[in-house]
Design a protein around this ligand. Structure first.
Ligand SMILES: [Fe+2]
Ligand SMILES: [Fe+2]
Length: 184
């Protein structure tokens, strides 16, 4: 387990003011799973924890504001995102993080940016945050075997398995509520 040290306090404070306590708890769980994954697959656990902790910092920004940020920071987005602006919470969240915490590693901003929809090229930390967001124990479809990684010799294999599982899960759920969960 990653040590939550005093120097992390500013990140916790930053986050607490931006999201509900329920999402805050989700964020801490994602951070913890990220740190575990990082340790297992040979990445740096502290950065992974922070990326997981902060991944949803933009999730509760109202849609109108998300669109303002997109314009102000000249964030690139596609038609699908413009139709469902909540999908922009990763890109906007990453831009806000870069303003508040410019010393964080670029890989942290990138993982936050890509956690919603993934990207054509996924780095290790990108995959770690993406996976952790979906397999953290608070998820409705959580299965303990998501947390056993011995069968996956590489992070890529685990990533593909998680992606397939989630796609299947949501294929069978068509209500708007479930869709909203998907973009948590
Ligand atoms: Fe999210
Ligand atoms: Fe999330």
């Amino acid at each position: 387990m990653v040590m939550i040290v005093k120097s992390m306090r500013p990140y916790f404070e930053f986050l607490k003011n931006r999201i509900t306590s329920k999402r805050f708890e989700h964020s801490v769980r994602v951070g913890r799973v990220c740190a575990k994954l990082a340790r297992y697959y040979g990445e740096e656990p502290e950065s992974a924890f922070l990326a997981g902790l902060l991944h949803d910092c933009g999730r509760e920004i109202p849609v109108s504001e998300l669109l303002k940020y997109v314009e102000e920071y000249q964030i690139e987005c596609d038609d699908f995102e413009m139709k469902k602006p909540v999908l922009l919470h990763g890109k906007v969240g990453a831009a806000i993080l870069a303003l508040y915490f410019p010393d964080l590693a670029e890989s942290v901003f990138r993982a936050v940016r890509l956690h919603v929809r993934g990207g054509d090229v996924m780095g290790k930390l990108d995959m770690i945050v993406y996976i952790a967001d979906f397999i953290e124990p608070g998820r409705p479809y959580f299965k303990p075997d998501f947390m056993v990684w011995d069968d996956f010799s590489t992070l890529e294999e685990l990533f593909l398995r998680v992606e397939r599982t989630i796609t299947l899960y949501y294929k069978n759920k068509s209500s708007k509520k479930k869709l909203e969960r998907y973009i948590n």
